[in-house]
Ligand binder design. Structure first.
Ligand SMILES: NC(=O)c1ccc[n+]([C@@H]2O[C@H](COP(=O)([O-])OP(=O)(O)OC[C@H]3O[C@@H](n4cnc5c(N)ncnc54)[C@H](O)[C@@H]3O)[C@@H](O)[C@H]2O)c1
Length: 272
């Protein structure tokens, strides 16, 4: 790090540049993952777009590469399976020879099918916790350990507003939606794991931060959008392209002294 008090020596634009950096993004083909990949590629980063086979990450990465003129790679992964995560790391290293950033943007969708807490099956609980929390643990363990050895890297994990506060049950009135406890619990685990790793790896040059998105619009049912607007200080839902700029900050040298931070991109939801 440049040791100076003279800010005129600093090119602040360059601090946000991701040129030449290799960023692994899980859940890359999802709503927020897609915006993450696009933003990283636009800032010059090489994206390793990782997702389940069904999401066709190779096709997605090919498009991304064509649009942005940076080498990208699409790889299939099941984040809850250690062998699969090890293969992801090896394939990324075989192609690029380095990994500079890890973004864990995957999630299990079981939480969208609301089950009252009293009836939650063990099977559903395990699946949500396994994909969301264990998947994040494995990605951090396999790729974060590589970064710690390399003595540099940035990890960005994605918890949820519902690991910060409880869901307001009135939000779901008149809709088919809900937020089951397993989702909140798995996301709370991601928050705690990220805090833990931020201090564990701080002296090794690996920064670990979080982005908490909230109410990202995806053609939601009208009643839900109305309810959401009533409870939101900004009186609207957000868009995936409003979440992704925070990622550029956290992955780049612009945030070189930031670790253990949870950047809330939630329109002030938890401010009142
Ligand atoms: N959308 C929101 O409003 C919101 C709010 C708060 C937090 N989040 C969090 O942000 C992240 C992204 O959300 P999103 O709305 O883009 O979700 P999404 O459902 O659109 O995308 C999730 C992606 O994860 C992939 N995935 C599922 N299981 C996987 C597995 N086993 N291995 C690897 N990949 C797997 C899916 O194929 C999908 O592409 C999630 O962690 C979510 O919990 C979202």
């Amino acid at each position: 790090m440049i040791r100076t008090t003279d800010a005129t020596q600093i090119n602040f634009r360059e601090k946000f540049d991701l040129k030449g950096k290799v960023i692994v993004i899980s859940g890359a083909c999802g709503l927020i993952g897609r915006a993450f990949c696009e933003a990283v590629a636009q800032f010059g980063g090489h994206v390793v777009a990782a997702d389940i086979a069904l999401a066709k990450p190779a096709v997605f990465a090919e498009d991304l590469e064509k649009r942005n003129g940076v080498k990208c790679l699409g790889l299939e992964v099941e984040v809850e399976n250690k062998d699969s995560v090890l293969k992801l790391k090896e394939a990324a290293l075989a192609e690029f020879g380095r990994i500079d950033g890890l973004v864990t943007g995957h999630q299990n969708k079981t939480h969208l099918i609301f089950e009252p807490f009293e009836n939650v099956s063990e099977e559903n609980w395990d699946k949500v916790v396994e994909v969301n929390l264990k998947g994040t643990f494995l990605l951090c363990q396999v790729i974060g350990s590589y970064m710690a050895e390399q003595r540099s890297g940035s990890i960005v994990n994605i918890p949820s507003t519902y690991s910060v506060v409880a869901p307001n049950q009135n939000l779901y009135k008149g809709t088919k939606m809900g937020c089951p406890a397993a989702y909140s619990a798995s996301k709370g685990g991601i928050d705690a794991l990220s805090q833990y790793l931020s201090s564990y790896w701080a002296a090794k040059g690996v920064r670990v931060n979080m982005i908490t998105p909230h109410g990202v619009w995806n053609n939601h049912e009208e009643q839900f959008e109305k309810n959401f607007s009533n409870f939101s200080p900004m009186e609207r839902m957000s868009y995936n392209h409003e979440v992704a700029p925070a990622l550029i900050y956290l992955l780049s040298d612009a945030s070189s002294y930031v670790t253990g931070n949870n950047m809330l991109v939630e329109g002030g939801w938890t401010a009142w």
